[in-house]
Design a protein around this ligand. Structure first.
Ligand code: BG6
Length: 373
């Protein structure tokens, strides 16, 4: 059997996600419906003096941070800023001793993320490393760490660590809100919703054949736009990153609302569009969908039971990847699944080694941390 014919780690890791998410939940949800993230720096006293959250990371981890911004602001009402770690040293981030600085890294060793955390620490911030690998340079540098339990990662491009980071950030948001006295009566409902996540992800994984179908069609094109709004927008960015990194296919993630302001001019029969449009949001995306059809662009929908919930939108789509109904805040963890599966199948069709796709930075790369400023 040739190497290319073996089942890659990339798909194994995608399929491990329900188990990994269940592990993270059972580690941090206590039997008394209390979050177990209580050791410093996340004790009540520290949290109550925090006025701002600053999140920094690279690549896929950065996308998890982007989604967390929506969730943390909604739940804890703390202003939250997210920036790529490579940009942190390029300005004077407004970070002080009343800031919680969260650095996210699967490996715990991305140089730019480490440098950004150290910068925040030098300004007095309470620092938290959100990592999979511990101990690691990031856990050593941060005043506290929160470990996701994704297990060993064999692939270059992260999938199970990404959803696990997103879940851990949701738990962090709940923890912040809990200490700030903001979710008392909603608490049992919040936990019930969280407990359903592994099952919802399993449900999405079971529709792999749709992703394969999408991949076969997409392989005949050269570009794709992936559009979404709100907390789902970073999933469009992440899906596009996966297609570039793993399938070496040109994809652009874009805000649905911004798309009409310029990029629409690029749309025609050779530019398929993947629209992530959950029920409730779909109505506002309808006019854009009509514009895509008028220009002859293939339109694929990732939607919450799209066919049933929004007939007008569904009737315009060439293909629908239906997702199970899930609380709005938790949708990102489910909506990314079809895009991960698409990247996998497209990568295979394009004969890319999806575990180690190549074409990336080599050992001679100097990160921001090593540049002379
Ligand atoms: C990049 C990888 O170099 O590092 C990405 O190509 C990854 O896939 C990024 O997301 C960040 O890695 P980490 O370990 O800091 O989360």
């Amino acid at each position: 059997m040739k190497d290319i014919d073996k089942e890659p780690f990339f798909i194994k890791e995608i399929k491990e996600q329900p188990k990994v998410l269940a592990n993270t939940l059972s580690r941090y949800l206590g039997p008394n419906l209390h979050l177990k993230i209580t050791r410093p720096p996340l004790d009540d006293q520290t949290i109550r003096r925090i006025h701002k959250v600053y999140i920094t990371a690279c690549g896929t981890s950065y996308h998890a941070g982007m989604t967390a911004r929506y969730i943390i602001e909604e739940l804890s009402q703390l202003p939250t800023v997210v920036e790529p770690a490579s940009e942190a040293g390029r300005h004077q981030p407004l970070v002080d001793e009343n800031t919680l600085a969260v650095a996210i890294s699967q490996s715990g060793r991305s140089p730019d993320t480490l440098a950004a955390l150290n910068l925040a620490r030098s300004r007095g911030a309470v620092t938290l490393g959100l990592v999979n690998e511990a101990p690691s340079p990031l856990t050593e540098a941060a005043s506290g760490s929160l470990q996701i339990l994704a297990g060993q990662v064999f692939t270059l491009s992260s999938t199970k660590a990404f959803t696990s980071q997103t879940l851990a950030l949701e738990l962090l948001a709940l923890r912040l809100a809990q200490s700030r006295g903001l979710i008392k009566e909603r608490w049992p409902q919040e936990l019930e919703n969280l407990a359903r996540i592994p099952e919802m992800v399993r449900h999405a994984l079971a529709m792999e054949d749709k992703a394969l179908q999408m991949a076969k069609t997409l392989n005949d094109y050269d570009h794709v736009f992936i559009l979404a709004r709100g907390a789902l927008l970073p999933m469009a960015y992440e899906g596009a990153l996966k297609l570039k990194e793993v399938a070496h296919f040109h994809a652009e993630g874009y805000s649905t609302g911004e798309f009409g302001h310029g990029p629409l001019a690029m749309v025609g029969p050779r530019t398929p569009i993947i629209l992530i449009a959950f029920a409730g949001e779909a109505a506002s995306d309808l006019s854009l969908a009509r514009a895509f059809r008028a220009r002859g662009a293939p339109l694929w929908l990732i939607s919450e039971d799209g066919a049933k919930k929004d007939q007008a939108m569904a009737s315009m789509a060439d293909l629908i990847f239906p997702l199970p109904a899930v609380q709005a805040r938790l949708r990102p963890m489910v909506a990314i699944i079809p895009l991960q599966l698409l990247a996998y199948h497209l990568g295979r069709l394009r004969r890319v080694n999806v575990d180690n796709p190549g074409g990336l930075l080599g050992d001679d790369w100097v990160g921001e941390s090593q540049l002379a400023h």
